[in-house]
Design a protein around this ligand. Structure first.
Ligand SMILES: Nc1ncnc2c1ncn2[C@@H]1O[C@H](COP(=O)(O)OP(=O)(O)OP(=O)(O)O)[C@@H](O)[C@H]1O
Length: 264
């Protein structure tokens, strides 16, 4: 089944929002990078956020994962107000973030990286100096299988392709059992084949997880999601299907001169 078919068949999305923001705002020296954003993401949804450079997309994800504190507004995870509780507490609440640049340990194997991510860190560091190293747990095998890395468990991260490195980082996020996964341009710099696999992977994750993705590539966006949120100058400009967004006059106006939407 191809990704397009599967995008229209993600039926496990429930109506209740798992993540909500109310008038979420952050100012840097009076400059509003994110302005009064009201977001409502359903449990199991795969939502994509698009917008021109500087629209506030990354800053919004920084706010959601607690890396940046809001100046105003609130963030709710189901019925819990998580505004200002801190990055570690938000991560413990089930929000996982993958950045655009992978932060894997290049000298470690895929398995060792997964073990570091899944809180077997102390044992792993200890075992790096021992002859006998721990084998993969069932969970590590499952995560590696899901991300296409099962055959590469013993390879050093430095030997992986760009796409595999991105999947390894995603696998490391998955090892922490997040309810919500925040992804910054997951297919950036990938080959066409790697991009296809990433689209399949995100569609596979949605439903079981809630996935929020920043993406520039509209062809990729069309394949993976039903609802797109468009940001412009820190605020939400529009929300809707790819078709609705591409015909929205305000969106067309905001993108005028930008190749991103029209040429994708
Ligand atoms: N720590 C900061 N201090 C001051 N200004 C910031 C800071 N972080 C972001 N900004 C500004 O906020 C605005 C939004 O930036 P942000 O990185 O969120 O945009 P973006 O939509 O993710 O853009 P891109 O697609 O280029 O990554 C930009 O004008 C940026 O310069």
């Amino acid at each position: 089944m191809n990704a397009v078919h599967r995008a229209s068949q993600v039926a496990t999305v429930s109506a209740a929002p798992i993540l909500r923001t109310q008038k979420l705002t952050v100012r840097f020296d009076e400059f509003p990078a994110v302005r009064e954003v009201d977001l409502s993401i359903a449990d199991g949804e795969l939502r994509v956020i698009i917008g021109a450079n500087g629209a506030g997309k990354s800053t919004l994800l920084d706010l959601l994962c607690g890396k940046t504190l809001p100046s105003e507004g609130e963030i709710w995870l189901r019925d819990r107000n998580i505004t200002g509780i801190g990055e570690a507490a938000i991560a413990r609440s089930g929000v996982g973030r993958k950045f655009q640049t992978p932060t894997v340990f290049k000298d470690m194997t895929v398995l060792e990286n997964l073990q570091v991510a899944s809180n077997r860190r102390v044992r792993v560091f200890q075992n790096l100096f021992d002859r006998v190293k721990p084998g993969p747990s069932d969970k590590e095998i499952a995560v590696a299988e899901r991300t296409g890395l099962l055959g590469s468990m013993k390879r050093r991260a430095s030997e992986l392709s760009h796409g595999q490195l991105q999947w390894l980082e995603l696998a490391m996020v998955l090892s922490q059992d997040p309810k919500i996964i925040l992804l910054d341009e997951p297919a950036a710099g990938m080959t066409a084949a790697e991009t296809d696999k990433t689209a399949e992977l995100l569609l596979d994750l949605a439903g079981g997880h809630t996935v929020l993705v920043i993406e520039h590539d509209m062809a990729f966006v069309r394949r993976i999601c039903r609802t797109i949120t468009v940001m412009h100058q820190g605020a939400v400009l529009a929300e809707g299907t790819a078709e609705e967004i591409e015909h929205n006059p305000a969106v067309i106006e905001a993108y005028l001169g930008s190749a991103t939407l029209s040429h994708a």
